[in-house]
Ligand binder design. Structure first.
Ligand SMILES: Cc1cc2nc3c(=O)[nH]c(=O)nc-3n(C[C@H](O)[C@H](O)[C@H](O)COP(=O)(O)O)c2cc1C
Length: 210
């Protein structure tokens, strides 16, 4: 019987103590820990992990699954690491992603992780009614910081991060996604501190009401 609930914390910045995103994240995690003693927080630091690369054989496996067949023989073997990542992802009840904006979108290792776990039969399937996400009923929080600001109608178009994350995780069934955004970070130290503080306040509040 499952007793503890699990929050999978996916870190997608290499900047450790220097990270603005992780400063805001700390303001979520501290109150979350004390207000949710029945939750386990598991950390997946993408810049410290060696993620499997999608070789020809591993991609072949995806097409086998898309064709409605099961993995067999050496494909099954080649997929062991992929399946371990999928199982780890699916074992969580909720997700916290800490990611900066990189080149208007997400850092490449977060994209690699998404390419690894979003697999047919595991995270989604095709039905007569269309695509069905298999990671339903799980909440997600995305904490992010950006050098610039993407809040006005003119600049919003350049934000390919939030729409992409909502699209891909919505595709696998995760539609309850809250973003906490610290921006702009690179327009002077005073603005940076004020915006980090604002985001930290939101993060603290969210941790308690989660
Ligand atoms: C490789 C790279 C690409 C970046 N691209 C963008 C970008 O497209 N837009 C933006 O506003 N900031 C960009 N930035 C700035 C970061 O989003 C910003 O400094 C953020 O606060 C970094 O978060 P961190 O301190 O948690 O790593 C980029 C930074 C790096 C290192």
């Amino acid at each position: 019987m499952k007793v503890m609930e699990k929050l999978l914390h996916i870190i997608a910045t290499p900047r450790e103590e220097e990270s603005r995103t992780l400063r805001v994240t700390a303001s979520f995690l501290e109150p979350f820990r004390s207000s949710h003693p029945d939750w386990v927080i598991e950390e997946l630091d993408l810049f410290k992990e060696t993620l499997p690369s999608l070789t020809m054989k591993r991609v072949d496996g995806k097409y086998v699954l898309l064709g409605g067949k099961d993995l067999y023989g050496e494909l099954k073997e080649a997929w062991q690491e992929i399946i371990a990542h999928i199982e780890r992802f699916m074992s969580a009840d909720a997700y916290l992603i800490s990611t900066p904006m990189w080149n208007f979108s997400i850092p490449y290792l977060l994209k690699q992780y998404i390419d690894i776990i979003v697999q047919p039969k595991f995270l989604f399937r095709y039905t007569e009614k269309g695509v069905e996400g298999l990671a339903k009923n799980r909440k997600m929080i995305v904490i992010t910081s950006r050098g610039g600001e993407y809040a006005t109608p003119e600049t919003k178009n350049a934000d390919l991060q939030e729409p992409y994350l909502r699209l891909i995780f919505g595709f696998v069934g995760i539609t309850d996604i809250t973003f906490i955004i610290a921006q702009p970070m690179d327009m002077g130290a005073e603005v940076q501190e004020a915006k980090i503080r604002q985001a930290q306040e939101k993060a603290e509040k969210l941790a308690r009401s989660f």
